[in-house]
Design a protein around this ligand. Structure first.
Ligand SMILES: Nc1ncnc2c1ncn2[C@@H]1O[C@H](COP(=O)(O)OP(=O)(O)O)[C@@H](O)[C@H]1O
Ligand SMILES: [Mg+2]
Length: 359
């Protein structure tokens, strides 16, 4: 168990800045997901916590102790990577035993056997224990890699996109499994990914990293419903939030390009009246129904079984709407829509910052 804190951490590689003034706090027993695109600084963050890199500025704390002088072994963290690092000519059992057989640890044989059995059960790989690891599927190998981390009982689990090399179906099932394992162990997980669905479905908390900077940190709900800026708004949700330029006039959201307007339910002070804004509206909050105030053309329809994702056109503006599968629509035919005025998020157009946050 461990509490992790990065305080004002900057990491430079030569003249390349990988992380800038990063403040990050992960509670004991929390599943924290760092979400960011390639190059955002995710791996660097993990390596700093693991003790494989030193910050250029700032400090890393584990359980309140500045670990600047601690090597990787002393920090007692387990790092699981996207590329499994198993010993190919050995069995699953041997691979699970290795971390416990180090001279430093001196774990008794009986305890090794017991821990391996427990981990194998947790990960449902009991039937694979005597198999050579080069005979395993990708999903099985990744389970064994995770097993190698768990068997050591480290203070913290650091996971660097461990599911990204797997196919979609397996990724989905391992997502659930990993989340269950974390809940059962009650351990601190710092999991990094570029996959917003992983972040939303697994994280107790999500930190959104952009270009070495933490843009927002919060629960999946906060990140989804109250994004701090348009970058975060675009980072989660599929399809992403509609972002439409316009302004507020007398409590109406007036869309510039399309010259349509709809009610806006939020605070409508002098600060927002007439100012250039971006209206953020989630596709599931767009309502397609006859009698709604605005007409749009259906440009595209994607079927997703239980629902359809429509691309609507109003003049030059396109927006996406997630509607029930039975909604009667056809490409190039008109429909009428409104939106859930209560759920609109307003951003300052120039800065992209949410008015809900800066207010
Ligand atoms: N050892 C290194 N030497 C030079 N640049 C590095 C090194 N490690 C990472 N970087 C740079 O730091 C930035 C962040 O990298 P990284 O932490 O690997 O991002 P991510 O894991 O989010 O893809 C990138 O621009 C990358 O090129
Ligand atoms: Mg990386």
């Amino acid at each position: 168990m461990a509490h992790i804190e990065l305080r004002n951490v900057t990491k430079k590689f030569g003249n390349q800045t990988a992380l800038r003034n990063l403040d990050l706090e992960i509670a004991d027993g929390e599943f924290f997901v760092l979400l960011g695109e390639t190059g955002a600084g995710k791996t660097t963050t993990l390596r700093l916590v693991a003790g494989l890199e030193k910050p250029t500025e700032g400090q890393v704390f584990i359980d309140g102790v500045d670990v600047a002088d601690w090597g990787a072994a002393e920090r007692d963290v387990a790092l699981v990577l996207q590329q499994y690092s198993l010993y190919p000519r050995y069995t699953v059992r041997q691979n699970l035993e290795f971390p416990l057989k180090s001279k430093l640890r001196r774990v008794a044989d009986a305890e090794i056997a017991e821990r391996v059995a427990r981990v194998a059960k947790t990960l449902r790989i009991e039937n694979l224990l005597e198999r050579k690891t080069d005979r395993l599927s990708g999903g099985e190998m990744q389970r064994v890699s995770i097993g190698r981390a768990i068997v050591r009982n480290p203070r913290v689990f650091l996971m660097d996109e461990p599911l990204s090399a797997l196919d979609a179906k397996l990724r989905e099932s391992l997502r659930t499994e990993l989340k269950n394992i974390q809940m059962n162990l009650g351990q601190t997980f710092l999991f990094v990914t570029h996959d917003q669905i992983e972040a939303m479905s697994m994280g107790d908390k999500i930190g959104v990293l952009n270009n070495g900077k933490l843009v927002q940190s919060g629960t999946p709900n906060e990140i989804y419903n109250n994004p701090k800026n348009t970058f975060v708004a675009r980072s989660v949700g599929s399809p992403p939030m509609n972002l439409i330029d316009g302004k507020l006039v007398d409590g109406r959201a007036v869309m510039k390009a399309a010259s349509f307007e709809l009610p806006y339910a939020g605070a409508n002070g002098a600060a927002t009246e007439g100012r250039a804004l971006t209206f953020g509206i989630r596709p599931e909050d767009v309502r397609v129904e006859s009698g709604a105030p605005i007409e749009a053309m259906v440009h595209d329809i994607e079927n997703h079984g239980v629902e359809k994702i429509l691309t609507l056109r109003v003049g030059e503006t396109t927006l996406r709407a997630t509607v029930p599968a039975l909604t009667d629509v056809a490409i190039d035919k008109p429909v009428r829509f409104s939106w859930d005025a209560e759920r609109v998020v307003l951003f300052d157009k120039a800065s992209g910052d949410s008015l809900q946050h800066s207010a």
